[in-house]
Design a protein around this ligand. Structure first.
Ligand code: C2E
Ligand code: MG
Ligand code: MG
Length: 592
């Protein structure tokens, strides 16, 4: 429309602001009137409030033209009903839009968008404002098309959705997202100092059991009552949130350092120690509390909650309030990456077996070897079996790893036999994790491996720890019985460190007791250790079992063990775990 503007119209706009003065229209020529009507039609056809605002000769903005929607909002001249430059409150002025139009008009930008409110403190409206410069006919002066889109309803919907997203629907408390936002606000706030705030995480221990016993409805009631009790134990400014199924988090400001947090934790524990009265029941629940201080070193605000959860995990074991220590997160990260890398190593054949001789103490002959898994990580170097076996057990990777170890041990034995041209009198011991007993069909795997490499079951010993039996005695008994059908021998590893009841020892088909290294190594200096070893040996004798002393790392131990009646031994004094080829050479040099 600007391209079509005539010099006559320009005159109207420039010379006679504000153009809407009464009686003004009658002094226009017919062509000018028609043109003005066309422009008005154009604005009226727009579905949003729109106006053309110009910069007058006095360098002030004025509304040249507006549509009905704009008029309804702002009055025909956009300055409220008080008229042009009345100095009173005007819509564009009060909403803060006018100054931005003014500076836009004076500047060079072609387009500008922003949100603005109408300035009313209550029930105000929110607009998306768009300014577009008209510059096709520079002679017309500086002019801008202002459109106002009322987005109040949209913003309100967004706000209520957001509020909904930040709230836990059961308890009405803020949820994890809201909590993390508050932590972020504290971390970025002006009053924050390392240690000035803490996060406590409270967890109802064994909640799933409670839920199972009392039903989900009563479980919900418990959560609500629990939340209410928590509130009663907090100070006015502490923030409580529900951050998980049965987990609550509290953001605290500390006036006297950690002591404040510990006191809050004690108050919480005390408040929760009273029984909970649900509709028809009265129950007692226990809770664990973990605590983390906000250090300011956090890269993400979520880290604080995660740190408190690390501490919580320990608190569940210990029963007291636990404070997060920074290296816990590092250890957890390492564990996580080790798990991923171990999975790859197991699949890609990245593990090896090392073999440690088991020696018949009286003759010094080698009766066999224990197969011990080894993992030489490409970049981290060798990783201790105690570390990666624990990760494998936690992740379930121990099942394929254990099958591999069994297969590999028997493969080595088969290869040695093939080299010698006859079955050698060498036995091999393979470790079996409690997780394998629980989850894998161990007997089936053993039978298949023995068969594959043509090894008699009597040459295989499976070492299991006491925990394998304690966890599920019935299953352990079935697995051991099935293994005995294959003539496999069973050794109880690390004996003395677990909690096996003597009744099981007697009932289960155990052939060998391996005495844990902690007792063996302590024997010379410590009378208690000698007494324990003596007791284990006489127990084994009474039950007709063989005995292997683990961890013989000095020659002085030998006579003492022989004296006490120990039949076999294993340890650095004889040999460290070694490569299969070196192990065979070692056996040949001692036994041939
Ligand atoms: P374990 O079955 O009790 O194995 C004996 C451990 O004692 C081995 O540690 C061995 O190297 C070490 N050792 C032997 N003699 C001495 C000595 O004189 N002094 C000292 N200080 N240590 C000695 P390693 O190889 O680090 O294995 C640790 C544990 O990891 C094993 O304890 C076993 O529980 C587990 N493990 C290793 N390989 C496997 C496997 O293939 N499957 C399963 N389930 N567990 C395995
Ligand atoms: Mg072992
Ligand atoms: Mg052992």
């Amino acid at each position: 429309m600007d391209a079509a503007a005539s010099p006559a119209r320009r005159k109207v706009l420039v010379e006679a602001p504000p153009a809407r003065a009464a009686g003004r229209a009658s002094s226009l020529t017919p062509a000018e009137r028609e043109f003005a009507r066309a422009r008005q039609d154009f604005l009226d056809a727009l579905p949003v409030a729109a106006a053309v605002v110009c910069l007058g000769e006095d360098d002030e903005a004025f509304v040249d033209l507006s549509n009905a929607l704009f008029g309804a909002l702002a009055g025909p001249n956009g300055l409220g009903d008080d008229g042009y430059r009345s100095g009173k409150v005007s819509f564009l002025g009060a909403s803060g839009i006018l100054p931005r139009i003014r500076s836009f008009l004076r500047g060079e930008d072609k387009i500008c968008q922003f949100d603005a409110t109408d300035g009313l403190p209550v029930g105000g409206r929110i607009f998306a404002v768009r300014l577009v410069r008209f510059e096709a006919v520079p002679a017309l002066g500086r002019r801008v098309l202002v459109t106002l889109l009322d987005k109040t309803a949209q913003v309100e919907t967004e706000n209520s959705l957001r509020a909904e997203m930040m709230r836990d629907s059961l308890t009405g408390l803020p949820n994890r997202t809201a909590f993390n936002e508050q932590v972020e606000a504290v971390l970025e706030g002006p009053a924050f100092q390392p240690g000035s705030h803490a996060v406590l995480v409270v967890d109802i221990t064994r909640f799933s059991r409670v839920n199972e016993c009392v039903g989900a409805l009563a479980g919900d009631e418990l959560l609500i009552t629990f939340a209410r009790r928590l509130v009663s134990a907090l100070r006015a400014n502490d923030l409580l949130a529900r951050t998980g199924g049965n987990e609550f988090a509290i953001l605290l400001r500390l006036d006297r350092g950690l002591e404040d947090a510990l006191q809050a934790a004690e108050r919480i524990k005390a408040a929760l120690s009273e029984p909970f009265r649900l509709s028809e029941l009265e129950i007692r629940v226990d809770c664990a509390v973990g605590c983390a201080l906000l250090s300011g070193g956090e890269i993400l605000p979520e880290e604080v909650l995660r740190n408190a959860q690390f501490a919580l995990k320990r608190a569940k074991g210990s029963g007291d309030v636990q404070i997060y220590e920074p290296n816990q997160a590092r250890a957890a990260r390492r564990r996580f990456s080790i798990e991923t890398e171990l999975r790859r190593a197991v699949e890609a054949g990245g593990l090896r077996l090392a073999l440690q001789p088991i020696v018949e103490l009286r003759s010094g002959a080698i009766s066999g070897f224990e197969a011990l898994a080894r993992w030489n990580h490409g970049t981290r170097g060798p990783i201790a079996p105690t570390e990666f076996i624990a990760v494998a057990e936690e992740s379930g990777l121990i099942v394929p790893l254990g099958r591999w170890a069994l297969d590999e041990a028997l493969r080595i034995l088969g290869e040695w036999d093939a080299q010698a041209g006859r079955p050698l009198p060498i036995a091999i011991s393979v470790n079996l994790s409690p997780i394998q007993i629980a989850r894998d069909d161990v007997a089936e795997a053993v039978a298949a491996s023995l068969d594959r490499f043509g090894i008699g079951g009597e040459r295989l010993t499976l070492e299991l720890t006491e925990s394998a039996i304690v966890q599920d005695p019935k299953r352990a008994a079935e697995v051991l019985a099935a293994l005995k059908m294959l003539d496999v021998r069973i050794a109880m590893d690390d004996f003395g460190t677990g909690y096996t009841s003597l009744a099981y020892l007697q009932r289960l088909p155990i052939d060998i007791l391996k005495i844990d290294q902690s007792f063996v190594r302590g024997m010379l200096a410590d009378g208690d250790s000698v007494a324990i070893v003596r007791a284990i040996l006489s127990l084994a004798n009474a039950l007709g079992m063989e005995t292997t002393a683990e961890g013989i790392d000095t020659p002085e131990l030998l006579p003492a063990l022989l004296d006490l009646g120990c039949s076999h031994g294993q340890g650095f004094h004889f040999a460290r775990p070694m490569e299969p080829k070196a192990a065979l050479d070692y056996w040949l040099s001692r036994n041939a």
